[in-house]
Design a binder for this molecule. Structure first.
Ligand SMILES: Cc1cc2nc3c(=O)[nH]c(=O)nc-3n(C[C@H](O)[C@H](O)[C@H](O)COP(=O)(O)O)c2cc1C
Length: 473
């Protein structure tokens, strides 16, 4: 065979235009349903894989990554760790990826190594990740946060290592290790855990005004970065939860006392974020302090609220919906060490379900020990929530979305580079014909480990010779 007779493949590689380096083009979002005219099993797909569009942003499915602190930032900036950690999720078909609690002011970090967006120099480190995720057609947002009285603590493993070494002291990181023990802010000067956590200062009204501006400035940075959505962190005993909760907020000014006063700051911050941000906006809250066993009912006989619970949560959520929040992410706990959490599969789902039934004009996210394809799908199918957010299961099984598709008998798009691992899911079959076993899987053979081998479309004539038996011939 002469050189000119060689069977030249005439097409250039599919690649993302405008990306700063070669990046293969994904044919459609990873984790999105493949077309039912080619995959008959997708005619009535499980609701977990139904796309969701919010304010023009299309989320390819309902299995989302919950925010997870990594305590791995460098002066607030996202690092190589974040690119690998979040990038690997983007390659695995999650409907959405949320960047961890990201502080809008330095003293709003949980640990000195937390993520932050309090200055412009932090923008590029996030943009690098967002550009990559968008390059592979993913959806990515960020949780904006302030840790309140739970700030200036060590990362969990630093504490664990110290305790394993016999340490039995407090959890407040000192200035010598990058902490800010004398600038831990809270609605009231009440420690989360006396002797262990910081003694916070009661924020001045001036501090509150600056905080609002910090949220607004962080939103501008989110725009520059190109995030698809923002979530405001109002859960887990961090600053905005501390404001709404009568146990942590005993202020006597306009931000404390009555229920209306306690929810004022979260609503003000939500409104100013909403006014600046026209993409999807979410809010995460704790639906309960889990203190019924310890303190009795949420509402006392005289009509006052004793602690934060589902009744106040429901009213607050309706107000958030009225301000234009698109989705409420329903978590729980974290503001009182006396909490008695009833942990188990879907343990926070009843709160999500309650909100779904009682609040108008808001989508609902369920989170908490959701680890199984059928469990996740049933939540959506039964209308208990609109999306599920997973955290620890993501860390154990980053392939959960595609594994779930396989288990639920549906076919979703794998990353082009990973197609050959998903041949079982990519079998095209008619769900009504259980005996059918066609082998036309996304153009990929089931041969394991064959580098570069492609299944050619069925054509008349003998199958083409793909591999030469003798190397070099
Ligand atoms: C490593 C880790 C970090 C977390 N960081 C955050 C965070 O930044 N913001 C937040 O709202 N919740 C955070 N959480 C809570 C999770 O988002 C989630 O609500 C919780 O783990 C329950 O879900 P799961 O049972 O699927 O893990 C974190 C959880 C883990 C395991």
């Amino acid at each position: 065979m002469t050189k000119s007779d060689q069977p030249i493949f005439p097409y250039p590689p599919h690649q993302v235009k405008g990306y700063h380096e070669f990046l293969p083009l994904q044919t459609q979002p990873i984790g999105s349903l493949l077309p039912s005219d080619q995959y008959p099993q997708n005619e009535n797909p499980p609701k977990l894989f139904e796309p969701l569009t919010i304010r023009g942003v299309e989320f390819p499915n309902r299995a989302w990554v919950a925010p997870m602190c990594q305590y791995s930032s460098s002066n607030g900036q996202a690092t190589d760790h974040h690119l690998v950690h979040l990038g690997s999720m983007a390659m695995r078909g999650w409907g959405s990826i949320m960047i961890e609690a990201t502080a809008v002011v330095p003293e709003g970090r949980i640990t000195p190594e937390d993520s932050g967006l309090w200055e412009d120099s932090q923008i590029d480190s996030f943009k690098r990740i967002v550009d990559y995720v968008h390059g592979i057609k993913g959806v990515i947002g960020i949780q904006l946060a302030h840790a309140g009285r739970k700030a200036s603590t060590p990362a969990p493993w630093n504490l664990r290592l110290a305790v394993e070494g016999g340490y039995d002291g407090g959890n407040v990181v000192g200035e010598e290790n990058g902490g800010w023990p004398n600038n831990v802010q809270a609605p009231s000067a009440i420690s989360f855990n006396e002797g262990k956590y910081a003694n916070p200062v009661e924020s001045s009204l001036e501090y509150i005004e600056n905080l609002k501006k910090a949220f607004a400035d962080a939103v501008e940075r989110c725009k520059a970065i190109g995030f698809d959505y923002i979530e405001i962190h109002g859960a887990h005993g961090y600053l905005l939860h501390e404001y709404v909760d009568p146990l942590s907020n005993t202020r006597t000014d306009g931000y404390g006392g009555s229920f209306e006063n306690r929810i004022k700051l979260p609503l003000e911050i939500t409104k100013l974020v909403r006014d600046k941000w026209d993409k999807p906006l979410f809010y995460r809250l704790s639906a309960t302090d889990w203190l019924e066993d310890t303190l009795g009912p949420e509402k006392t006989e005289n009509g006052d609220y004793a602690w934060w619970g589902i009744e106040q949560t429901t009213i607050l959520t309706q107000k958030l919906a009225d301000l234009g929040v698109d989705l409420i992410d329903v978590s729980s706990g974290g503001n009182d060490i006396r909490q008695k959490v009833q942990v188990g599969p879907s343990y926070q789902l009843p709160f999500a379900e309650h909100i779904k039934k009682n609040v108008k004009n808001i989508l609902v996210g369920a989170v908490g020990i959701i680890t199984d394809a059928h469990q996740a799908n049933d939540i959506i199918e039964q209308g208990k929530a609109d999306v599920v957010l997973l955290a620890r299961e993501v860390l154990r099984n980053v392939d959960f979305p595609l594994q779930s598709a396989l288990q639920l008998g549906t076919a979703v798009n794998p990353a082009v580079q990973y197609e050959r691992a998903w041949t079982r899911m990519l079998v095209k079959h008619d769900p009504n014909n259980v005996h059918q076993t066609t082998r036309s899987q996304h153009g990929v053979t089931e041969v394991q480990g064959e580098e570069g081998e492609k299944k050619k479309p069925n054509r008349r004539g003998p199958p083409p010779e793909i591999h030469s038996a003798v190397p070099g011939v």
